[in-house]
Ligand binder design. Structure first.
Ligand SMILES: N[C@@H](CCC(=O)N[C@@H](CS)C(=O)NCC(=O)O)C(=O)O
Length: 213
């Protein structure tokens, strides 16, 4: 039995929903409401002491940190592969994923935005500007990396979905939710839009999750 602790709008949960769907793995959801602070309850913290979603539970073992979980799923269920075979291409794809997972997402996480408001009294407008600034900075880097490497096809690396696409799509969805101007990132957005139309990505979309509101 496999359980995903997930929140519909969480982009890191979205990454795992995509990967589980691509691999055709069954899972059941346990919804963790971030607005209700369900991720900080004693029960949830006992399961995942990091107090963040997602968490994947498989055969009683708990896995946290979506990038690590993506690789765990790929190692335990190799088909279809989410990483290329060549170490050079693997490093490339991991690097793209980390632009999203390490350079963009942590700066725009809920707790960071809340802290800006509560500790530094930033207004909603200022907080949104912060959000958009780091989106622009991160996507600039993602777009330039794609353009310079010239390795993209339909997706970030050729015509095969990798963890880079799995990280990109949810981040683009979040950027759109915050009304970021994405016109300067045509390669990244075209790739995200193509990937988003694949059935596994569609099934994982926040709006289709049972906890969506
Ligand atoms: N690096 C972690 C980040 C997990 C994370 O920050 N998840 C967000 C939702 S996308 C969360 O739980 N935020 C709660 C908070 O900021 O209080 C991962 O990739 O799993």
């Amino acid at each position: 039995m496999r359980t995903l602790y997930t929140f519909f709008r969480s982009s890191t949960s979205y990454r795992l929903r995509i990967a589980l769907a691509l691999k055709g793995l069954d899972w059941g959801p346990r919804f963790v409401s971030l607005p209700n602070m369900a991720h900080r309850t004693l029960d949830y913290m006992a399961l995942n002491p990091q107090g963040l979603v997602p968490a994947l539970v498989e055969d009683g073992k708990v896995f946290a940190q979506s990038l690590a979980v993506l690789e765990y799923l790929d190692e335990t269920h190799p088909e279809p592969p989410l990483l290329p075979k060549s170490p050079i291409e693997r490093a490339y794809v991991r690097g793209l994923s980390q632009i999203v997972g390490c350079d963009i997402h942590p700066l725009n996480n809920v707790r960071v935005l809340k802290y800006l408001k509560s500790r530094w009294q930033l207004s909603d407008d200022d907080t949104n500007e912060w959000y958009r600034h780091w989106i622009e900075e991160g996507f600039r880097s993602f777009e330039a990396t794609l353009a310079v490497a010239g390795k993209h096809g339909r997706y970030c690396l050729g015509d095969t979905i990798t963890i880079a696409d799995i990280c990109l799509v949810p981040q683009v969805a979040n950027a759109r939710r915050f009304l970021c101007d994405l016109a300067a990132f045509p390669l990244s957005i075209a790739i995200a839009d193509r990937a988003s139309s694949l059935p596994a990505f569609e099934a994982a979309h926040p709006s289709l999750q049972a906890d969506a509101f």
